[in-house]
Design a protein around this ligand. Sequence first.
Ligand SMILES: Nc1ncnc2c1ncn2[C@@H]1O[C@H](COP(=O)(O)OP(=O)(O)OP(=O)(O)O)[C@@H](O)[C@H]1O
Length: 242
Amino acid sequence: MSSLRFDQVCFSYGNAPCVVQFSCNLARGELVGLIGANGSGKSTLLRLGAGLLTPTVGQVELDGKPVRSWKGEERATRLGYLPQSIEAPLPFRVGELVEMGRAAARKDHLLSCQEVLAAVGLEGHEQTPLSQISGGERRRAFIAMILAQGGKTLLLDEPLAGLDLRYQYELLTLLRSLCQTHNLTILLSLHDLILARNLDRLLVIRQGQLLADGLPTDILTQQLVQQTFDLDPRFLMAGIVG
Ligand SMILES: Nc1ncnc2c1ncn2[C@@H]1O[C@H](COP(=O)(O)OP(=O)(O)OP(=O)(O)O)[C@@H](O)[C@H]1O
């Protein structure tokens, strides 16, 4: 059974179509990247996956049931969602944020507070106010909260944005090991095609439609990248495509 399934999903903001007949199955244990130009619909797809938006047509299923039919706490124990923007002023400390994630977790949650903070490189920062850490550190604190929540399906909107190279690779390594050892399903949007080559599978979208779905080494061709981003064919892509 797939963990998350999009079945012929369409979505419009008002009269403007944003997602067009999008279908895919995400299996347990997969670390999947979502690639596309600005405005192509990545965040919208992740919000549909999290049940924060309702498809105009089609269905999104989480663990075999329509995602929105899982109620509040039940959904929170199954699914973690990291929004793209986490700018809200928060009068909390790092440890309190992580505890909020744990409050939603089941008894058999995956990782302790200490473990998730160590995993994102914020050990010893439990008492630090969120207002006193950098943007990249704040993103890592939110990722720690989502890991503490213990859901088996994670939808992460640009989790690597604003992280320096070390933490980008450390976070990817952590996410990969969670997929392998705890059978998590992770769908994350990203813009860096070199980092994307480290994922198990990529979904490439253009104007809300699925252009390609497969292994990074198979699908990241010069032609696909040019089509995805409307690039001038003379643009040099050494190191980006396989
Ligand atoms: N709340 C909204 N109301 C109306 N239109 C929206 C809304 N949110 C997004 N859109 C539009 O839907 C389209 C897809 O937006 P979305 O944020 O899903 O793209 P994205 O691929 O995540 O972009 P980016 O890479 O810039 O984050 C864009 O044209 C955007 O303007």
